[in-house]
Design a protein. Sequence first.
Length: 346
Amino acid sequence: MDEHHYLLIIGYLEGRITEEETQYLLQKVQTDKEFSDAFEDIAEIWSAKKAIPNNSGKANEALARLNKKIDDLEATEQVRKNGSAKTGHQNTIILKLRPMLAIAASTLILAGAFWLYKAKLSNKPADIFAMAEKHTAPGEKKKIDLPDGTTVTLNSSSNLRIANSFGDDKREVYLEGEAFFDVKRDPQKPFIVHTGKIATQVLGTHFNVSAYQNDSNITVSLVQGKVQVDMNNDPSKRIILDPGKQMIYSKNNHQAHVADFITDDITGWKENKLVFNYDSWPDAAKKLSRWYGVPVLLKDSTLLRCKLKGTFDNIPLAKVMEQIRMVADVSWQMQGTKIIISGKCN
């Protein structure tokens, strides 16, 4: 793997690459196994560096693999020096990764000791604080069966973490992205979905949660049963949803409101239906990017004020764009690996 891709991964983890670079990275993860493996290794190390309670065994294995890769890079670097070749990019990677590996190694030791100590205090095994993680690439969907009989359908570009303590006295999961939950009823063990500052608690029900990191809203939509939604651990802001109702929480002003919804508009993605329900063009572009794994950019600022409505049933991206072009006053073109949309709106 070349130097640019190592630096791209590091930049992504540091949160300093552009939206376009992020979309390229996500597509690369989906299509390039070597890049995907390197990304997972570096991400494991990064998690250990930040002392996130996770499986330190995985991080140790990743640490060993990445150390070997850096050793190989240094060996190549020495050959290049002897041959008087340019070595600037290679040096940059080594300078960035070596300190990260050293910090990660020490952090793994400290983090491991901390979680063992915490486990001892609570009289629980140490691995109870670990998380099992499931994720989907752009364009991918995945069905996950949890130990309690609950089924989770994970939408594209999403991540679900399940605590190893899942099912002890409560059932907790952590979602980034979108998922549909078919929760097995258990009155003694509430099921809780954490999405940032929102916690959705149920006993047994069917509901959808959309909480992508780069979206401005978190939306909880109840299909069947009843759910309790808490914000910022503040009981005074608690919302109880009935079937056919959804809570929309704004990350910008930290306010929430309840609205009606049409089930197919919210859950159509499970049947490979791409649904735009008066989505803003920026939101539509994000949805297209996640669905097809291709960066979609808006060229004209006039599109920021427009809305898009339509349903596309499992058809290729080019056909979707052509149908959008026919109903909206826009044009589109493929530039390299990205789509550029321009024009006005009807």
